[in-house]
Design a protein around this ligand. Structure first.
Ligand code: BTN
Length: 334
């Protein structure tokens, strides 16, 4: 499949970003985009609703005077370093779920490295069929990875993603911790979750859609009270906003490096296990893990080269937990 068409608004932003002093005439916009001058005016108004600011100069054109930090291709691209992920970034002000859009595009042949982003999600999905709150100010994006690995390595991908996110946050001065298997916490509360969906063809993964939700530039008070108990945001904990296109560029660059090592057989999760463990919030704590309907309690002892959690129960039995969810003990309802 060739490149997927960007929306008119995304193309408009690209044109403005490439124009000398951000100034373009209505006529230039209309002929470059193949739409009427009235349509251009409507798109300018819609972009203003999304935080872009323009100065209209009669008989000269529009000047882009303020660019919000949305996850658009033209804003993220300068932060990608030698990276195959993010070869195309499709932004929209609103989508039901970026994972759904990326999965639909994957089915119709979209290329490896496509990233689908949205300013807000109306039907954001978390693991275990949960709703994922996705207000404006967060980072909601899904990455399409084609032929990433053998089925046996599928779990490695999300573990690698959590390490990539940890590294990117650290590079921006945000001291997160990893909660097994792949949540990111700040001051003990969740700021980032990862939901991977894969299509397999028997032996290997045909493609994976790695959906990442980062509670960035909105406040914890915007969550419903039950979510607020165990989730927080970068803004609430750090008292500052983070530049979202820079953070996305860093995440993609780090993940690309880890993914390429995985493909080259450099070791999957085993290769970064020590790094994961060094930043783990879970290890050494008394925790409860939900595995389907069952809850297992004990001390998290270790994570092995395959990402399997060793949990020592009160009676000394060590449980090997391949997948499950660590509950925020006192905070999360069963
Ligand atoms: C979790 O439950 O921890 C996983 C949350 C994953 C949320 C992200 S936001 C972008 C992508 N689109 C979705 O609908 N979900 C993922």
């Amino acid at each position: 499949m060739d490149k997927i068409a960007m929306s008119t608004r995304e193309k408009m932003v690209e044109l403005f970003m490439g124009a000398p002093e951000g100034l373009i005439s209505g006529e230039q916009l209309s002929s470059a985009l193949g739409v009427s001058r009235t349509a251009i005016w409507k798109h300018i108004k819609l972009l203003e609703e999304d935080g872009f600011e323009f100065a209209a100069t009669p008989r000269v054109g529009y000047r882009l005077t303020h660019v919000p930090d949305e996850l658009m291709a033209s804003l993220v691209a300068p932060h990608l370093r030698d990276c195959t992920l993010g070869s195309q970034i499709l932004w929209a002000p609103e989508r039901p779920s970026t994972n759904d859009t990326a999965t639909e595009l994957a089915k119709s042949g979209a290329p490896h490295g496509l990233v689908v982003t949205a300013a807000r999600q109306t039907g954001g999905r978390g693991r275990q069929g949960r709703v994922w709150q996705s207000p404006a100010g967060g980072m909601w994006f899904s990455i399409l990875v084609r032929r990433p690995c053998a089925i046996s390595q599928a779990g490695d991908l999300t573990l690698l993603a959590s390490v990539a996110v940890w590294r990117a946050l650290a590079s921006m001065g945000i001291p997160a911790e990893i909660k097994w298997p792949n949540d990111l916490l700040l001051n003990g509360r969740k700021i980032c979750g990862i939901l991977a969906q894969m299509r397999t063809d028997g032996e290997s993964v045909e493609y994976a859609v790695i959906g990442i939700g980062m509670n960035a530039n909105f406040t914890r008070e915007q969550f419903p009270p039950d979510v607020r108990e165990y989730a927080t945001t970068i803004l609430s904990e750090m008292n500052r906003e983070v530049h979202r296109p820079t953070l996305l560029g860093c995440i993609l660059t780090e993940l690309d490096q880890l993914y390429r090592d995985l493909k080259a057989g450099v070791g999957g999760f085993a290769a970064v296990r020590d790094e994961w463990k060094a930043h783990a919030h879970t290890l050494g704590r008394n925790i409860r893990v939900r595995i389907g309907e069952q809850i297992v309690e004990g001390v998290a002892q270790d994570v092995d080269a395959r990402g399997v959690l060793a949990l020592r129960g009160e009676d000394g039995t060590v449980h090997a937990i391949h997948s499950g969810e660590v509950l925020f003990s006192e905070m999360e309802k069963l």
